[in-house]
Design a binder for this molecule. Structure first.
Ligand SMILES: Nc1ncnc2c1ncn2[C@@H]1O[C@H](COP(=O)(O)OP(=O)(O)O)[C@@H](O)[C@H]1O
Ligand SMILES: Cc1cn([C@H]2C[C@H](O)[C@@H](COP(=O)(O)OP(=O)(O)O)O2)c(=O)[nH]c1=O
Length: 214
């Protein structure tokens, strides 16, 4: 059996991560490519707890909480799906911790990097972004998903921090695509088609991975 592929989708709140994940999942499923769509925090009890309590847990505490959930998610869901040859699409991953726990909450960046040091790097990281005013408008329509999105000044800082974090991880060797989702339907359609063929291409060439920790 061929090896799967790990794709992380990250970016500020309301950048369009869940929408992209849904669209990619539909395309791959329609094309007969096996997909495992997932999210972080995960749907396991610890992940659900973290998602519900981003108001009470901040900084290092939240970094540890989402970090523990991440390792459990890798062990119980992501790696088995990759080993089964699937394309794993994950809504949020390590960049969220670098941006939200370190950048926004002020946990020491070195500590957040340390917590995440054994988390498998994705084969492809998609970082969605949009102008802060567009993000704020979408958040107003959709409603906040928690503490981070309650703060109207957040999109501005998040956009900048995601750009920096994406550039640093690309520099460190993680294949990264940064895309603006505010460009209208044609641009989104072409982004979706481009990502679909990139992911299919990587998936068809994937070779067995060495997992960082077993
Ligand atoms: N490319 C896009 N253009 C315009 N609106 C979008 C786009 N992608 C998502 N949206 C809208 O923005 C809102 C947030 O999208 P969502 O996918 O939930 O973002 P996220 O998962 O990043 O928080 C939703 O109302 C969605 O319909
Ligand atoms: C993965 C991850 C999520 N989070 C937070 C961000 C969100 O507030 C919450 C995820 O909730 P969610 O409802 O998925 O937010 P969104 O729709 O914006 O993706 O968890 C972190 O703080 N650090 C992390 O590493």
């Amino acid at each position: 059996m061929s090896q799967g592929l790990f794709v992380a989708i990250d970016g500020p709140g309301a950048a369009g991560k869940s929408t992209l994940l849904r669209n990619l999942t539909e395309r791959f499923t329609g094309a007969g490519v096996p997909v495992h769509a997932t999210t972080e925090p995960s749907r396991a009890p610890l992940g659900e707890f973290a998602r519900r309590h981003t108001g009470e847990y901040t900084g290092m505490a939240l970094a540890c909480l989402v970090g523990a959930d991440r390792y459990h998610h890798l062990e119980t869901e992501i790696r088995p799906a990759i080993d089964a040859g699937k394309v794993v699409l994950c809504d949020r991953y390590t960049l969220s911790s670098l941006v939200l726990q370190a950048g926004i909450d002020g946990a020491p960046e070195a500590a957040v990097r340390c917590i995440n040091a054994y988390a498998d790097p994705p084969d492809l990281q998609i970082v969605l972004t949009a102008p802060p005013a567009v993000l704020r408008e979408r958040l107003d329509v959709r409603g906040s998903h928690g503490r981070f999105e309650d703060d109207p000044s957040l999109p501005e800082r998040e956009v900048e921090l995601y750009h920096k974090a994406a550039a640093a991880s690309e520099q460190a060797g993680v294949r990264t695509v940064v895309a603006d989702t505010s460009q209208g339907p044609e641009a989104i359609e072409s982004l979706l088609s481009g990502l679909t063929s990139t992911i299919r291409g990587l998936w068809s060439q994937a070779t067995p991975r060495i997992h960082l920790m077993r």
